[in-house]
Design a protein around this ligand. Structure first.
Ligand code: NAD
Ligand code: MG
Length: 391
């Protein structure tokens, strides 16, 4: 089997660590090219040394000296800053995995596509902000995007050998997050610590809180539409508290193909790393007799207003995905900083969407510049909501 050259963007995060783990277990299969991270340069340097990567890059220019000293004597090159991240995306690789969190993942993801390689994409925000642009860039350069989000990997796997024309619907599951069984009145007083604990998955803090509010599922509905090019009316979400079925694809003959497995991101990451092969992965095997039963319930829109907002964004298209994502990112910053309540996040995002996507300027083409502009406007509008509430 030929060796695959792999770069990991966001190596120090939750997705990144799982990817590093899989690469470290299969040194004959994978060679690390570039690893990138944020502020945790000590960990980034450790990972780069463990995988004997060619290059390590931190997104923050002020940390270049720290990264250099952590890599001293290793022979591994160090670089820092946004331009260095883009150059890392130019480095020839058979596969580039993006586990950057947030809209910051868009420029390096787009740049990776330009080298016509395979982009394994955990960074769902880039598809939400700029799905049409990502897909066009991939097509123009003969690149391929493979999903790493567990639901989208599950759909992708259920579609192997199938024709999209035979697909009637796609059902993505949701755990329901930390507050799925809380009384609705209690949500306003949910604390950061309570929102940061996920019942089934071990993930980064931001996506964990987004799971409690279902902003994560909202992003995933949009991601499903952009990725599979399916009519939003054919995309459903269902609460499945056990998180063992990750998604289902319904076909025109009534068959539903489900993807079932333990909640371990190394499955979806490993599937993308090895695609189109299926190789051994170190994930637990399910004992169905022990699982016993699987439960499902319809998501309550009162509990999860984010789902309704996602439908509005899918109907509006244009730059509304970029506005939605940026307003959500800012609302999450404010919740984490203790400036707003848990339930204020959806109120803030809805207000920003109403104010900005009514503007005809937001139906301009989805170019990188326009997405960036919409993103900045939405962040400003979200901050404006906060000052208006405070006064
Ligand atoms: P995380 O916060 O644990 O890690 C994020 C990574 O991005 C870190 O390496 C961080 O240093 C880097 N980063 C942060 N800001 C950056 C910036 N401005 N520029 C460059 N790099 C930056 O996040 P995560 O939980 O691993 O999630 C990563 C992505 O994967 C998100 O888009 C998330 O929605 C998606 N995802 C995560 C999981 C999961 O299990 N964690 C599952 C499905 C999808
Ligand atoms: Mg997911």
């Amino acid at each position: 089997m030929s060796v695959r050259r792999v770069s990991i963007f966001g190596a120090t995060g939750s997705i990144g660590e799982n990817t590093v783990d899989l690469l470290a277990r299969a040194p004959d299969r994978f060679r690390a090219v570039a690893l990138t991270g944020g502020r945790n340069v000590a960990r980034l340097a450790q990972q780069a040394c463990a995988l004997n990567a060619e290059l390590a890059v931190t997104a923050f220019p002020d940390l270049l000296d720290d990264l250099r000293s952590a890599l001293e004597g290793s022979g591994i090159a160090a670089a820092a800053g946004p331009a260095a991240l883009l150059e890392a995306a130019d480095r020839p690789a058979d596969l580039i995995l993006s586990g950057i969190v947030g809209a910051a993942g868009l420029p390096p993801g787009l740049r990776a596509l330009r080298q016509g390689t395979t982009l394994a994409l955990a960074n769902k925000e880039s598809l939400v902000c700029a799905g049409p642009l990502m897909m066009a860039e991939a097509a123009a350069h003969g690149a391929r995007i493979l999903p790493v989000d567990s639901e989208h990997s599950a759909v992708f796997q259920a579609l192997v050998g199938e024709d999209m024309a035979a697909v009637e619907r796609i059902v993505i599951t949701a755990s329901g997050g930390a507050f799925r069984d809380w009384p609705l009145e209690a949500l306003a007083s949910a604390t950061l610590a309570e929102a940061s604990s996920h019942p089934n998955w071990d993930m980064g803090q931001r996506i964990t809180i987004d799971s409690a509010s279902m902003f994560n599922k909202a992003l995933e509905l949009i991601e499903t539409r952009e990725f599979f090019g399916i009519d939003p009316a054919r995309i459903e979400t269902i609460v499945h508290p056990e998180s063992l079925i990750h998604a289902l694809v319904g076909f025109r003959d009534g068959a539903l193909m489900a993807h079932v497995g333990p909640p371990d991101m190394r499955h979806a990451i490993g599937y993308a790393l090895n695609w189109p092969d299926r190789l051994d992965l170190p994930v637990a095997r399910l004992d169905l007799a022990q699982v016993g039963s699987l439960n499902f319930r319809a998501p309550c829109e009162k509990r999860y207003p984010a789902l309704r907002l996602a439908r509005e964004v899918m109907a509006a298209r244009g730059l509304s995905g970029a506005v939605f994502n940026a307003a959500k990112e800012r609302a999450l910053d404010h919740f984490i900083a203790g400036r707003i309540r848990f339930t204020d996040m959806s109120a803030m995002v809805e207000d920003v969407l109403t104010r900005l996507t009514g503007d005809s300027g937001f139906h301009a083409d989805v170019t990188l510049d326009n997405v960036h502009h919409a993103d900045q406007m939405a962040r400003k509008a979200a901050d404006g909501w906060l000052s208006a509430e405070a006064s």
